[in-house]
Design a protein around this ligand. Structure first.
Ligand SMILES: Cc1cc2nc3c(=O)[nH]c(=O)nc-3n(C[C@H](O)[C@H](O)[C@H](O)COP(=O)(O)OP(=O)(O)OC[C@H]3O[C@@H](n4cnc5c(N)ncnc54)[C@H](O)[C@@H]3O)c2cc1C
Length: 521
């Protein structure tokens, strides 16, 4: 079901109408600053005892879903079924900044935990809470202002690309179609045009954000510039609830996309060649390197994928350089030039189903995607892997074959080439500090939802052991968007030298720590 069509959720229409009647005066009421209106509403709605959820529901233009409501069964879910045990006290599908301010006044008044939620892909489940989820899904869509795109914070990535492509424009972003633009942008945003055009956060011109006090601010290079700095890589859920983002756009490219594979027996040579090629290629070329194995499987896989913002011939020439370094052509080969939207559909795994179906079923009618359980960890590498490093890397993948894993189990590592535009930004220029790596890496292990716990746990142990084995070779930095509850030194790993400045911004905009989770600033 579309969130924009959820007016019947929880049978709250009459409640919303009641609030709208109270707020009548229409334009005059709308002109009252959000924080003042929210306070007035709450003082009217306050009760002597516990949180007055009914009053909150009445006071929102959007919908509040509570336990017992028909919509609760899906409204409480995050992307990863690992977090299906979470039972939030309420999920507010906010319609505007005023709704956000109303929710924040409510949680302040009743001291209720709160979390902002966009696409719900937090690897630690930290867009969920036992308290109130402020879900921005209804703040969605892309509209243009000149060559800038104004994007609702709840926009899913596939809709982001679709909305941009229909205007012939592009902004760098990630590949997962159901990831929300808010979480992606606030923590960085790595995707297939990053080496040419930077991270998603590097293209952020302004963000509209409701801070802990309920103030509605626009943060940009000229207004609240400290908050703007922090919102470019400081991580979601720390400073306020972002409602709208303004991005710089570029003309939509017609990328060449490629997928190549080699036999596992050549994996060491492929890794050695890729790491000396991919981070140093022209900015127009982006690529990743993916190694994977299944528990009990026979042979692991080694694949190189990527995009080139140029001609097919130009891509082929660059790939020839890779083959020369490896000493062989790939055994599997796909190369094609497609529209920007089609490239993003391919990256999303949706090329055969199209945009409409490239959603979760309860987000959009006709959505065909399903949720995927996964554990993940990350690294950055600032030096090429030595031969010992490559050996450890391959051994870790091969070790997955010996794991007694879960149904549908798989484990792997994906390296994303960096350099180019990502590394031309100074580490302190935005909150995203990782500006000197050759490549980033994500270690993952997946299984079929509902698989037995013992096998899942063994895959999780494999993941941790694999990541540990790579300590001598990695930089010690980690990607804040691959948020990792295992990390004890997360402050340094995510933020490095930017951490003290981020803490200062946090103190300025959320002095009492309304927005908190285990790795919150
Ligand atoms: C399958 C998968 C694929 C991925 N692929 C990529 C990729 O290609 N590139 C990449 O860079 N990353 C990728 N990621 C990581 C992704 O960028 C992060 O998980 C990101 O935080 C998800 O954003 P979200 O809005 O979907 O998640 P959410 O869980 O909704 O939010 C993540 C964090 O941001 C906070 N937040 C959410 N909305 C707001 C808001 N409006 N204002 C303030 N804070 C908010 C939440 O409270 C939470 O702390 C992927 C993740 C998954 C699970």
């Amino acid at each position: 079901m579309s969130h924009s069509n959820q007016t019947s959720r929880g049978g709250l229409i009459s409640g919303r109408r009641a609030f709208l009647a109270v707020a009548a005066g229409g334009a005059a009421a709308a002109a009252v600053p959000s924080i003042a209106r929210a306070s007035a509403i709450l003082s009217r709605a306050s009760g002597p005892a516990g949180p007055d959820w009914t009053a909150l529901a009445h006071d929102l233009a959007g919908t509040l879903v509570r336990p017992g409501d028909a919509a609760y069964a899906t409204a409480r879910l995050l992307f990863d079924p690992r977090f299906d045990g979470q039972r939030p006290a309420g999920i507010a599908y906010v319609k505007n900044d005023h709704d956000v301010a109303t929710c924040l006044a409510f949680v302040r008044k009743y001291k209720i935990p709160v979390a902002a939620r966009s696409g719900g892909h937090s690897y630690a489940g930290w867009s969920g809470t036992s308290g109130l989820i402020i879900d921005v899904s209804d703040l969605k869509g892309v509209r243009m202002s000149g060559t800038s795109a104004i994007v609702g914070a709840g926009t899913r990535l596939i809709d982001f690309y679709n909305g941009l492509d229909s205007r012939g424009r592009a902004v760098p972003g990630g590949s997962c179609p159901t990831v929300g633009i808010a979480g992606l942008t606030l923590g960085g945003g790595i995707g297939v045009t990053a080496r040419a055009h930077g991270l998603t956060c590097d293209n952020l011109e302004a963000v509209e954000i409701v801070t802990a006090s309920g103030a509605v601010l626009t943060a940009s290079a000229t207004e609240h510039s400290d908050l703007y700095w922090a919102c470019r890589g400081g991580g979601g859920g720390n400073f306020g609830v972002a409602t709208w983002f303004t991005f710089k756009t570029t003309p939509a490219p017609t990328p060449v996309i490629f997928f190549l594979s080699w036999p596992w027996s050549q994996a060491a040579g492929v890794v050695a060649a890729w790491q000396s090629w991919a981070p140093h290629a022209p900015d127009a070329l982006w690529s990743n390197l993916h190694l994977a194995a299944v528990p009990g499987g026979s042979v692991p896989t080694v694949e190189v994928g990527g995009t080139y913002l140029g001609s097919i011939g130009g891509a082929a020439n660059l790939l020839d350089e890779l083959y020369a370094k490896i000493g062989s052509h790939p055994s599997g080969y796909f190369l094609n030039q497609v529209s920007y939207l089609n490239a993003m559909l391919v990256e999303a795994g949706c090329s055969s189903i199209g945009v409409q179906a490239c959603h979760l079923p309860w987000y959009t009618a006709g959505g065909q995607l399903s949720r995927q359980p996964q554990f993940a960890k990350s690294d950055y590498f600032t030096k090429p892997l030595s031969s010992a490093g490559i050996s450890t890397l391959l051994h870790g993948i091969e070790a997955m074959q010996g794991v007694s894993g879960a149904v549908g189990g798989v484990g792997g590592i994906a390296f994303d080439a960096l350099g180019g535009a990502v590394n031309r930004v100074a580490p302190g220029a935005t909150a995203f500090v990782h500006r000197n790596a050759l490549f980033g890496a994500q270690y993952t292990t997946d299984w079929t939802a509902g698989a037995a716990t013992a096998g899942i746990n063994r895959q999780h142990t494999w993941l941790r052991d694999y990541w540990s084995s790579m300590r001598p070779y990695a930089s010690g930095q980690a990607y804040q968007n691959y948020i990792d509850p295992d990390l004890t030194n997360w402050r340094q790993a995510y933020y490095g030298a930017n951490y003290p400045r981020l803490v200062a911004v946090k103190r300025a905009y959320d002095p009492s720590g309304i927005f908190t989770f285990p790795q919150a600033l």
